[in-house]
Design a protein around this ligand. Structure first.
Ligand code: UDP
Length: 257
């Protein structure tokens, strides 16, 4: 199975793990790419695969194809770091979507560029929409951040043209999509050419829930030891099928060596 490193346009080394491309980046080099995306025409797609998404992509040609077309593929999971070690690839640590988004928010604030938050649950009797709560929390941490607009993630295919118009009318420079994988990546890929102001878009899974406080991120101890997945499993045992993907992934990597 291919393991060669290829350079991307931004000079990043792009490796293949289970024949799925993954960029050998750290937070600094990923942010440097982001800055380039914000300066050029068109919408660049950032994807944040973990081992589960990589396994899914080996079985879903459409998902694999869109990852191949991403401008930046950050290694969001301890499984990918371990796989890189086994394959002697130059990846030293993971770059999580949650932490990378926080860096992006700081960058947007300091450059006066705006964000549109798309995804997660709509409002209910007890609270505002998760995207609005996340926007408020982001603005608390980054007071100069411009949130151009928000929308929940429970729309129908027929609503998508109106949603794309809403994003375009907002004039947002950056789009953050939290619909879960692969829905979020497919949404970005399908509509990237229709965006008129968005220069880059990222799929962030449950990150808006973390900002909104509707889901708690694992405490630092679990994050540091690379067992955030175990914490989420203990909190939400219904995820057991998803957690099982990690040993499946490791077994496949070892078998492909
Ligand atoms: N979601 C959504 N629309 C959908 C399905 C899911 O907006 O049709 C949201 C869901 O509310 C949650 C996020 O997508 O905020 C996915 O979270 P999950 O924990 O599954 O993401 P992961 O980070 O594990 O990919």
């Amino acid at each position: 199975m291919g393991n060669e490193l290829k350079g991307t346009k931004e000079g990043i080394e792009r490796a293949r793990i289970l024949d799925i491309p993954v960029d050998m980046v750290d937070y600094d080099s990923a942010l440097a790419c982001f800055r380039k995306f914000m300066e050029r025409e068109g919408c660049d797609m950032i994807v944040t695969p973990n081992s589960e998404i990589v396994v899914n992509a080996t079985k879903d040609p459409a998902l694999k194809d869109l990852i191949e077309h991403a401008s930046l593929i950050i290694p969001d999971g301890i499984g990918l770091v371990k796989a890189a070690k086994i394959k002697h690839l130059p990846l030293h640590d993971r770059v999580t979507g949650v932490d990378f988004l926080t860096l992006i928010l700081g960058e947007l604030e300091s450059t006066g560029k705006s964000i549109f938050l798309l995804g997660s649950k709509p409002e209910n009797e007890e609270r505002a929409s998760v995207a609005d709560l996340a926007a408020a929390a982001m603005k608390e941490k980054f007071p100069g951040l411009i949130v151009a607009g928000t929308n929940d993630g429970y729309f129908k295919a027929a609503d998508e043209p109106a949603l794309v118009k809403k994003i375009n009318d907002s004039g947002a420079d950056f789009l953050c999509v939290a619909l879960g994988s692969p829905k979020q990546e497919k949404f970005i890929y399908e509509h990237a050419a229709e965006f008129t102001s968005v220069k880059a878009a990222i799929g962030v899974g449950g990150t808006l829930d973390v900002w909104a406080g509707t889901v708690k991120r694992a405490p630092e101890f679990w994050q540091k030891h690379g067992i955030e997945w175990l914490y989420r499993f203990l909190k939400e045992p219904v995820r057991f099928k998803r957690v099982l993907q990690l040993p499946v992934f490791m077994a496949k990597v070892i078998a492909s060596k």
